[in-house]
Design a protein around this ligand. Structure first.
Ligand code: UD1
Length: 420
């Protein structure tokens, strides 16, 4: 198993390029199931979750090539409709194959993804919506077995809670359904927007894109022809590197970003004392004269993303004032706290709120990555800690960050990937 060894207390400088968004890439890959011919996807990030989704599609009968950042996926040859446990257990987002498989084949079996480190993460809202569209669903032997012998039918769905992959699954199911599907209380994350835009350009008329009310006009099982797609920039990867610049109080530049997706993150960093130069598709963070604590409440887009909560906690540790972080989306997303405390952090947890004392003197330690974003918080803390930090179990990081240590090295950080 690999681990990262990080020598802290160094300034960063320079420029790096941000990759395509993992969370946009995964639904787009699942969407290829709806296509009658090969789909070319550019700016696809070479992260393990993307490889897992490609493997799942291959296991269903699709073929693909993936060179550089460009993949060509031909899902027309899919014949198997079972998303097996062995692949699904590696990545919860495999559930994104449920909607498109059911829409195209009228039946499928997808292994239940189960809970994960950050919480229980049920899929009840995905299933309820599919049932409203005419699917019959049973849970047997750890699998969701869904059938829709007469095809899925458009209807009105109101999500009790905003769900990103739930919205994506139902949009893809509705794309081939009969008639109109209305989704009320839909997620409006940029990744959901890109999926809707691609479908809309491929013959599935979608109204309300970017709003919380979507109307999808289904094609009645007619498969789609999809033009080349370029995955949007990863706002969470960009946000994580902005935090790397902030925590080391350094000037760094990120290329290939979309600032409009980063507003909540930029505004919080401004509140904390950092300044920015915005280029057309680049952003430079400038050192702060004095850093202030902050108050964060995670929420759905366009609010502050839960996927940036851990990184801001690391940053809050070195701000010159206390901060509070309220996690509203996931019940157990504070796994990084105990590891940060091992590095000398003063954090008090009470239910869903973490109170973070500022001005912490962090020291290097052996720490354990527990989930994708928690791991990046440990790396950020290590960049300012005195001495050496070893971040173990970095397979979590490899699920979602392209060459994290290489990009940090490019910025002058002293980071090495080593074997246990
Ligand atoms: C997606 C993102 C993840 C991000 C999260 C919230 C992908 C691949 N992953 O995850 O990085 O942290 O959005 O922005 O895009 N819920 C239910 N029942 C359901 C579905 C969800 O109760 O059927 C709850 C969840 O437990 C959670 C909340 O709804 O409390 C939001 O979850 P959801 O938006 O579905 O997260 P994911 O789509 O799994």
């Amino acid at each position: 198993m690999d681990y990262l060894e990080i020598e802290g207390n160094n300034k960063l400088s320079g420029t790096i390029t941000i990759d395509g968004a993992k969370n946009a890439a995964l639904p787009l890959l699942a969407m290829t199931i709806l296509s009658q011919s090969e789909v070319k996807i550019e700016n696809l990030p070479r992260v393990n979750d993307v490889f897992t989704m490609l493997k799942l599609l291959e296991n269903l009968g699709a073929s693909y090539s993936f060179e550089g950042n460009c993949a060509k996926i031909d899902a027309s040859s899919i014949h198997n409709t079972t998303a097996i446990y062995d692949i699904v257990r590696k990545m919860r987002a495999s559930i994104l194959t449920l909607g498109p498989l059911l829409a195209r084949f009228g039946k499928c079996e997808v292994s239940l993804p189960g809970g994960c480190a950050i919480g229980q993460r049920p899929i009840d809202l995905h299933l309820k919506a599919l049932e409203m569209m005419g699917a019959e669903i049973v849970i047997e032997q750890g699998y969701v077995r869904a059938t829709a012998p007469e095809g899925l039918k458009g209807t009105t769905i109101v999500f009790d809670k905003i769900t990103v992959t739930g919205t994506e699954n139902i949009v893809m199911a509705a794309a081939l359904a009969k008639g109109e599907t209305k989704i009320i209380n839909a997620a409006k994350e940029p990744e959901v927007v890109q999926l809707c835009e691609v479908l809309n350009a491929s013959g599935v008329k979608i109204e309300g894109i970017g709003s919380d009310e979507l109307i999808i006009h289904g094609t009645e099982q007619k498969l789609l022809t999809i033009d080349t797609i370029s995955v949007i920039p990863d706002r969470i990867e960009a946000g994580t590197y902005l935090c790397a610049g902030a925590i080391t109080n350094s000037e760094i530049t990120l290329k290939k970003v979309n600032h409009t997706h980063l507003f909540a993150i930029i505004l919080k960093l401004q509140e904390m004392g950092f300044d920015f130069d915005l280029g057309q598709d680049s952003i430079t963070i400038k050192p702060a004269v004095k850093t202030k604590g902050t108050k964060i409440i995670t929420s759905e887009y366009p609010g502050f993303p839960t996927d940036m909560q851990a990184q801001f906690m690391a940053l809050a540790l070195v701000a010159e004032g206390a901060s509070s972080i309220d996690e509203k989306l996931f019940e157990n997303r504070f796994m990084h706290v105990s590891e940060l405390i091992r590095m000398g952090a003063n954090i008090i947890l009470s239910n869903h709120t973490a109170t973070v004392e500022g001005n912490n003197e962090l020291n290097g330690a052996d720490v354990m990555a527990t989930d994708l974003r928690a791991s990046s918080a440990l790396v950020l803390a290590a960049l300012v800690a005195k001495g050496t930090t070893k971040v173990h179990r970095i397979y979590h990081l490899d699920r979602g960050y392209v060459g994290l240590e290489k990009k940090l090295q490019q910025l002058g950080a002293k980071v090495k990937r080593l074997k246990e």
